[in-house]
Design a protein around this ligand. Sequence first.
Ligand code: GLP
Length: 249
Amino acid sequence: MNLVDVFADPAAIAAAAVDRIEAALAAAEASPTLGVATGSSPGAVYELLRAKHREGTFSLDGVSAVALDEYRGLPAAHEQRYRTVLRRELVGAARTGLREEDLHVPDADAVDPETAAVHFEGRITALGGVDLQLLGLGANGHIGFNEPGTGFDARTHLTTLEDSTRRANARFFHGDLSQVPQYAMTQGLATILEAREIVLIAVGAEKAEAVRAMLHGPVTADCPASVLQRHPRVSVLLDEAAASVLDEQ
Ligand code: GLP
């Protein structure tokens, strides 16, 4: 863990994240691969990437994008399926130039999830690994959908969502908890740690305690994000509310 920065607002966080993304894609030795996250935290980043694409200064054309996770059990056309969300945010010439065939999302609905997880890992390997992985942070310290208790050696796997995670995400389902899936497929913590660089974004007071535990607590499965302390190249981009209990060290 080597950089923690606090910004005034999500737009300033997005500008810093986009700087990192541009540098990582430019430095990639082979064809670049960007790890993309969903949730509200990366929204301003994607908005800025689209704006830069419109003005002709940025493109994901020729870049591969690898998703962190995907819900299991949502209909193919559901607006909250992460493939649908990422398509809406990034895919096509009218957005960032990312090509549909270059967006890779775990097949969470596979009849045989273990084989699908192995296949997804193989895809990441075939792409040469992830150059930069964007991450959000759950209020319970999760990254991707690696809930507290997940082993650090976990690779892509099917997981059961905590009730608190389902409640937090109900806002994306018109507040209807019963619509939030119980299962998801996620890159494992070991998979995430293999990304060459990581940019984690956390915004809001409800993330403050998880931010503190991630940065200054013990490296423990109780706070899955604490494993990032073992990664050599992580940028943590926060707003003031998310950083608000860091001073109490
Ligand atoms: C979700 C996602 C994570 C995301 C996190 C935080 O459950 N699976 O990938 O980073 O929770 O979400 P948000 O950015 O909306 O707070």
